[in-house]
Ligand binder design. Sequence first.
Ligand code: PRP
Length: 208
Amino acid sequence: MGKVIIVDHPLLKHSLTILRDKNTTTEEFRNHSALVSNIMIIEATRNIKVNTVDIDTPLAPVQGSKVEKSIVLVPVLRAGISMLLPARDMIPWAQVGFIGLERDETTAIAREYYKKFPENLNNKQVLVLDPMLATGGSLVDTIIALKTKNIRSISAVCIVAAPEGIEYLHQKFPDVDVFTAAVDSHLNEVKFIVPGLGDYGDRYFGTD
Ligand code: PRP
């Protein structure tokens, strides 16, 4: 069964509180979004595969570790872009695939408007980046679009998650782990996470 890993760090809690605050400016929102994403990415990559290597320091031979370059980042447009930039800085060699999904404001059902994945996902470790896991529809659609057959593992990195979305995801894809900073109370009547932080994409891109 997929796990829900609640990432817990004082700096993360601090920045998440600023993201939640309705009085936070776009500039502050972007800065703290990057901080939160950095910490989340570090945690989500804790168990990625590493290989032992023999190298020489200027003084002596030593055994070290190098990560296997099998990570594929999949930001869900738009809001996932906010997590791609910090992730790219930490994993500069990672391949990147994109999917564009937009929830209908009335039905909350996501519509796909863009998709471009690396051709060969065989044996890759995919990290889906989407700050909000609400109904889970966008995440489930992303995983379906990835055609999971030969992928080694898929994990989702979501800053705030709703219990309803986690349940739906694990009904459909029981093996997918979710890294999140918070599991909130519930979804409201228009499928927004409560207390949540509002519309992440609008707040990050200043389109409110
Ligand atoms: C939001 C959010 C997630 C999705 C979560 O995106 O960024 O992608 O909704 O909702 P779900 O779990 O119910 O599918 P939105 O569709 O508002 O698009 P945006 O990123 O362009 O703002």
